[in-house]
Every structure is written in structure tokens, then in C-alpha cells.
Design a binder for this molecule. Structure first.
Ligand code: HEM
Length: 406
């Protein structure tokens, strides 16, 4: 693999030069030509199980699914107090930037709002209504073609999420912009500006929710200041920012990639139409295939794995963009197979930081597949428009996906 001789971060003495790759996770080599971010990341599967890149201040990357799982689970060695490279680039956002035992006191504030029963009972009708309305509007388009990302996949999850946290839909352009910059797109300055803007917005919102409580998670966070374990206002704003960013891009990306696969393998669309009972298995398989978030951990102490000497203070990335396409973990990993059966995957994390929004994410994906298969004809890539394109970063996603149908 190519070494990055010309990049600014020098290779530290404890890093074996044979493990060094020239790989920028926000702009991996080949992405511009390939269009598909998973294919661009896949080159790392041709090398060692753990590699080091000099980009973003220098960090390790775990390239295989078992290593990623091990890191996610072993908080005693891998601390979450750093979440993105370089060090210091992610603000305090509990619980994701905390380790046990601190982690659990913040998670306890959020947990009740994300319980499976609560999500399914309270949000199924609203989420279904949003999805049906958008699909029917798309189906009625006289040109029988649309750009899926701007028409559906970034709209439906956000409308559902904003309803979940009771935020005004008329601020959607601001919310979308802040979310995009935080997810690794945009410049350092844009990221800083997005953070500042959300901090100010959410700080004011939390005061309002304390005065006029609702039954949403921001109300729950605002009430943390009445808890004897409350320490500072930063805890409140950090928790609110995490929920805000965690719920924005992720489901949108997942739906975008799901539709990409349904066009690549149109027999899957027919299967969903013929046998709606396959939908829950389809959701799991699409989640397996599409890990989205690439976060890091900070080494608490020295350790060695697969010939890589990981030193206290180093950063290591758990690259979920690599986990689902690990050919050692899954036969024919790029292929979506609804009959693959229940298989473990890392896309929603493992251990203490396992995604708190998983039930909301699954609900939205299930309703999307159910209603899409019921209402839409078989769709295909629109050959008269540019091919689909995706982007890399902390949360990967689809830029555009042009669809056509008869
Ligand atoms: C398909 C959609 C989603 C995917 C693939 C996903 C993925 C993940 C992953 C991998 C983690 C763990 C990160 C780590 O260990 O460093 C995580 C944590 C988290 N996610 Fe999600 N997520 C999704 C949807 C959501 C939604 C809809 C929300 C909120 C509404 C959400 C909120 C969170 C929060 C708050 C955490 C931190 C949990 C903790 O630190 O205890 N996620 N997610």
C-alpha cells in the first residue's frame, strides 16, 4: 500500500512503516472516480487488519469487523473521550464522549425517550403518514423520474425526527446545513460555525422547554439541571447537540444507500412486493451492509494487536464503512441478501455506546420499505442523469441518486 511521504504528520517511531497508508477518511483515494464510498474504503481490506494514516493528525484504522467490535466493547482500553481526529475536534457531547461509569448517568437521562415500545407506539402512525405522503407525491410526478436524496431520503427522516424532538420544520435549511458540516463535510470554519449556531439555538430551546415542558427528549434534558448529579450547563447543551446531530443524517444516509442497492439488485424490489413479511430481515441486511459512522477511540494504555503497537494517547478509528463489507466476516459482502439470516454487525455500534436511536431508525426503515414496495412501481437508475454518488466523513452518505420508472 502507498505510504504518505508528503503528508504533514510525521510517522511516530512506534508505528511500523509497513502499516502506514495514505488514506484520508473524509476523502479516500479513488472516491471521485468510483462514486461509491464503500468501494473506496474497500481498498483497506487488501492490507493489514490495523493500519496507520498520517491524515488528520495521524490515527490508526481498524479495517476488519472483529477488531471494530472489540474496540467498541473494550472501553477499559479504548476511551470515548476523543471521537474524531485530530484530538480535540469533537466537543463534549455526553454520553458519546464519556466512558463508564460517567456514561451511564447521561444515558439514563435519554433512555426513556428511546425505548422500543415508546417509539413504536407513539411514532408509527406519524412516521407512516410522512412516508406515505412523500411517496405518493413522488409517484404522481408526470416525468416519472426524481432525484431520491433531495425528494425523499433527506426529507422523510428529518420530518420524523423533528416531530420526535418537537422542532419547527421552518428552520429545516439551518438544521440541515449544521448537520452536514458536523458530519465531516465543510471546512473547519464551517464546522466551528455549525457548532456555535446549534449551541446557541439549543441552549435557548432548553430554557424554553424548562419553562414550558413537553413530552420530548429535549424537555427531559432540560430537567437534568434539577437532578442532584447535575454539574454544568455544558452537560445539557452537549446532550442536546448529540441527539440533534445523531438523528439528522444517519437514517437519511441509510435510506439513500438502501435505494441504491434496490436499483442495483431490482429483484429485491420484486421480493419486497411479493413477500412483505421479509421486510424486517431486509432492514437488518441493509443495516449490516451499510455501516455509516466512523468514530475514533483514545488509547488509555499501550496494547498490541496484529503486529500494531498501539500506544497510550493514540487514536484508533472504528470504521463502520468497512465492517459490513469485510469479506472474512460475510461471504459475498457487497451483495444484499435478504435470506442471509440473522448475522451480527457493527453498524449500530456495540458495548456501552450502542446506538440509542436504533429503534427509531429501524421503525423508519421498516415503514419506508413497506410503503415503497406497496405503492411504487419497480424503479431504476435514471440513465439520462449522472450516476449515483456518495461522500465520506464521520457519517457517510449519498449525494444524489436519480431514479426513473415506467
Ligand atoms: C441507521 C441509522 C443509525 C446508525 C447507523 C447509527 C449508528 C450509531 C453508532 C455506530 C453509534 C455508536 C458510535 C460509537 O460507538 O462511537 C451510535 C450512537 C448513538 N446514536 Fe445512532 N445511529 C443511527 C440512528 C440514530 C438516531 C435516529 C438517533 C437519534 C434520534 C441516534 C442517536 C445516537 C446517540 C445519542 C448515540 C450515542 C449513544 C451513547 O454514546 O451511549 N442514532 N449510533
Amino acid at each position: 500500500m502507498a505510504t504518505a511521504a508528503l503528508t504533514p504528520t510525521p510517522i511516530p517511531p512506534h508505528v511500523d512503516p509497513a502499516l502506514v497508508v495514505d488514506f484520508d477518511y473524509t476523502n479516500p483515494p479513488g472516491l471521485a472516480e468510483l462514486g461509491d464510498v464503500y468501494r473506496a474504503f474497500d481498498v483497506l481490506h487488501n492490507g493489514p487488519d490495523i493500519v496507520w494514516t498520517p491524515h488528520h493528525g495521524g490515527h490508526w484504522i481498524a479495517t476488519r469487523a472483529p477488531e471494530t467490535k472489540w474496540i467498541q466493547e473494550t472501553h477499559q482500553t479504548f476511551s470515548s473521550t476523543e471521537k474524531a481526529p485530530p484530538k480535540g475536534s469533537m466537543p463534549f457531547m455526553p454520553p458519546i464522549t464519556c466512558d463508564p461509569p460517567d456514561h451511564s448517568r447521561y444515558r439514563a437521562v435519554l433512555n426513556p425517550y428511546f425505548a422500543k415500545k415508546q417509539i413504536e407506539e407513539n411514532y408509527t402512525p406519524k412516521a407512516r403518514a410522512v412516508i406515505v405522503e412523500l411517496i405518493e407525491a413522488m409517484k404522481a410526478m408526470p416525468e416519472k423520474a426524481c432525484e431520491f436524496v433531495s425528494t425523499f431520503s433527506t426529507v422523510a427522516p428529518l420530518m420524523i425526527f423533528w416531530d420526535f424532538v418537537d422542532l419547527p420544520y421552518d428552520r429545516r435549511e439551518d438544521f440541515l446545513g449544521w448537520g452536514r458540516h458536523m458530519a465531516g463535510r465543510g471546512t473547519r470554519d464551517q464546522r466551528g460555525a455549525a457548532l456555535m449556531a446549534t449551541m446557541q439555538y439549543l441552549s435557548q430551546l432548553l430554557d424554553e422547554r424548562l419553562e414550558a415542558p413537553g413530552d420530548d427528549v429535549f424537555t427531559g434534558i432540560s430537567q437534568w439541571r434539577n437532578n442532584p448529579r447535575f454539574q454544568s450547563r455544558d452537560e445539557l447543551v452537549g446532550m442536546a447537540q448529540l441527539v440533534f446531530f445523531g438523528g439528522q443524517d444517519t437514517v437519511a444516509s441509510q435510506m439513500g444507500f438502501a435505494m441504491w442497492r434496490l436499483c442495483e439488485q431490482p429483484e429485491l424490489q420484486q421480493r419486497l412486493k411479493d413477500d412483505p413479511r421479509v421486510v424486517p430481515a431486509a432492514v437488518e441486511e441493509l443495516l449490516r451492509r451499510h455501516g455509516l459512522s466512523n468514530t475514533v477511540r483514545l488509547l488509555r494504555h499501550d496494547t498490541e494487536r496484529h503486529g500494531a503497537f498501539l500506544k497510550e494517547g493514540d487514536l484508533i478509528m472504528t470504521a463502520n464503512a468497512l465492517s459490513g463489507t469485510d469479506d472474512r466476516a460475510y461471504p459475498d459482502p457487497f451483495r444484499v441478501d435478504f435470506d442471509r439470516g440473522p448475522v451480527p454487525y457493527n453498524s449500530l455500534g456495540n458495548g456501552p455506546h450502542k446506538c440509542i436511536g436504533q429503534h427509531l431508525a429501524r421503525l423508519e426503515l421498516r415503514l419506508f420499505l413497506e410503503e415503497w414496495a406497496k405503492r411504487m412501481p419497480i424503479v431504476r437508475f435514471d440513465s439520462s442523469r449522472p450516476s449515483p454518488r456518495s461522500h465520506a466523513g464521520g457519517v457517510i452518505g449519498v449525494d444524489h441518486l436519480h431514479l426513473a420508472w415506467d
